[in-house]
Design a protein around this ligand. Structure first.
Ligand code: NAP
Length: 253
């Protein structure tokens, strides 16, 4: 059989927000392996971001670091303009950066609410707003937004977080409708319980309780999510837009 030798994302330029660690790192490494050049975004974790880059470079894949705070509109516009000036385009945007806020609703402070919405939801707006300008001109773009199972199921103790993630679902569907005619596909991925820094502080008892509710009987790994994201930005998903893809071992159906 004759092999073409090309990788599925050869020549593509991608930005993965929050790819210094966790799910974002796994996505960055996976897309780089598929041939894309990756801008590795982070806000504080420079050393961790360098590790993401090293994992890629050790495999012969390519990327560079790009620090900015996704909640800062001007910083995001500048950073994404910089990508297009350096590389001539931006093809793939993965809005993965996010923070969690766990706590009882009646004790939640307004500034905590603002912070979660600013990073998790406005951050997605900021990055989409900057990148779609260029994607529209290119008449090609792929965006994946990281939501969460709790956006759909709800979760006691995560009112702010789940509201921010539910906002991402509405943004994804409306933007997919608005930009479909420009060949820009926008989907959301909703992970369940994935083992990262975000979930590390959850006690053993609570973890066991969650696992009891997962038909596949285990928590997820960042690679479980990354594979789905790589599929969504590949040519195999050209007819998928406006969808929420669940990656949760059956925790929520
Ligand atoms: P994580 O391990 O805590 O990593 C979060 C990443 O986001 C880090 O790279 C961090 O960068 C970056 N980040 C945070 N605030 C930022 C900001 N303002 N600007 C730019 N980057 C920022 O989280 P994770 O578990 O991998 O989660 C990744 C995404 O999946 C999040 O959106 C999360 O809500 C979602 N999710 C996670 C789970 C789960 O079970 N883990 C489940 C459902 C959804 P620094 O290193 O610089 O801080």
């Amino acid at each position: 059989m004759k092999m073409s030798g090309g990788k599925p994302l050869d020549g593509k330029i991608a930005l993965v927000t929050g790819s210094s660690r966790g799910i974002g790192r796994a996505i960055a490494v996976e897309l780089a392996r598929a041939g894309a050049f990756i801008f590795i975004n982070y806000v504080r974790g420079e050393e961790a971001a360098r590790k993401t880059l090293k994992i890629m470079e050790d495999r012969g894949d390519k990327g560079s670091l790009l620090s900015f705070n996704v909640s800062d509109f001007d910083a995001v516009q500048d950073a994404i303009r910089g990508i297009t000036e350096e590389k001539g385009r931006i093809d793939i945007l993965i809005n993965n950066a996010g923070i969690t806020l766990d706590g009882i609703f009646v004790r939640t402070k307004p500034e905590e609410w603002d912070n979660v919405i600013d990073i998790n939801l406005k951050g997605v707006f900021n990055c989409c707003r900057a990148a779609t300008r260029y994607m529209m001109k290119q008449r090609w773009g792929r965006i994946v937004n990281m939501t969460s199972v709790v956006a759909l199921s709800g979760n006691a103790g995560q009112v702010c977080y789940s509201a921010s993630k539910a906002g991402i679902v509405g943004l994804t569907k409306s933007l997919a409708r608005e930009l479909g005619s420009r060949n820009i596909c926008i989907n959301a991925v909703a992970p369940g319980f994935i083992e990262t820094d975000m979930t590390v502080s959850i006690g053993e008892k609570s973890r066991e309780k969650v696992i009891d509710q997962i038909p596949l009987g285990r928590t997820g790994t960042p690679d479980d999510v990354a594979g789905v994201v790589a599929f969504l930005v590949s040519g195999k998903a050209d007819y998928i837009t406006g969808q929420v893809i669940h990656v949760n071992g059956g925790l929520y159906m």
